[in-house]
Write a protein that binds this ligand. Sequence first.
Ligand code: NAP
Length: 334
Amino acid sequence: MNRYILPLSVLGTAVGGAVLLKDFVAGGACPSKATIPGKTVIVTGANTGIGKQTALELAKRGGNIILACRDLEKCEAAAKDIRGETLNHRVSARHLDLASLTSVREFAAKINEEEEHLHVLINNAAVMRCPHWTTEDGFEMQLGVNYLGHFLLTNLLLDKLKASAPSRIINLSSLAHVAGHIDFDDLNWEKRKYDTKAAYCQSKLALVLFSMELSRRLQGTGVTVNALHPGVARTELGRHTGMHNSAFSSFTLGPIFWLLVKSPQLAAQPSTYLAVAEELESVSGKYFDGFREKAPAPEAEDEEVAQRLWAESARLVGLELSSGASERGQPLPK
Ligand SMILES: NC(=O)c1ccc[n+]([C@@H]2O[C@H](COP(=O)([O-])OP(=O)(O)OC[C@H]3O[C@@H](n4cnc5c(N)ncnc54)[C@H](OP(=O)(O)O)[C@@H]3O)[C@@H](O)[C@H]2O)c1
């Protein structure tokens, strides 16, 4: 009997340690209990993964939640699930394809026309490591969807956000931004051999730079903007990487994944926190890793790069801030 005591206690300690480590890595539930009755929130890419769970968490807290997705059928199914689970009937679905500037403008124009307020915009949608695809407007897909689509969307909704202040913008970036670099000579991967990983990292770095520059431009307006790494989560994001479907990787990496990877529900807690926490009402221009503010990569804090990227992005999406037309969601020539 005695000979089992040591191995059993080692096993018990290992299992206990693993569970504690998993809890630590996952970060736990949103530390804020704040509710948002009547506040209008848009979550892009909310039909699945972190976006859907974020919409659910915010619906539980009483918000008027707009799910913005490219597949309206999936979007409506998600909205129905959320209404059923939260009994909040102010959860609706709208079409938004971030790979189409026309769709972004149509979506923004409807919001500006039909919604009285907009208090929180969560730029959550993304595509990761897809093949060398381009958007309807000819942008490299990851830059186009993850960054340029959200850049235009945010700019088109700024007047509404300002009029609804205090209001917040949350840009879902990723720790992957640290491996990113903005290549101004070839933003859209037209000259170099396509590197699907580097393209994802560039798009996520662009989102942090955008958050920093927008925060400077929004000083004194009551609108805040922050970038966020939600943690690594088990979602559909890896659908283009192959690992998602590989039995070998599930088997060999399964235990490591169990330890280090969050559920979408836990990964939605940091977005929820940034959207509701009263203590963050005037915090802007920051990068969060989970619930904690952290310094982003040095390139993400380079003001010159951020200003240049803003100017180039405005040119690419046909946004001229001096012209009121673009801010009202009307198309401008590219
Ligand atoms: N999961 C992680 O480990 C992790 C880590 C760091 C950062 N993040 C970030 O967290 C955010 C959410 O990711 P996730 O893990 O929840 O991914 P996900 O499960 O793949 O969900 C991505 C969402 O984006 C939508 N989307 C893709 N292309 C779109 C387009 N052209 N127009 C509109 N929506 C589009 C997808 O719609 P469809 O279902 O129709 O494709 C889906 O709703 C992303 O910004 C991601 O980069 C995730």
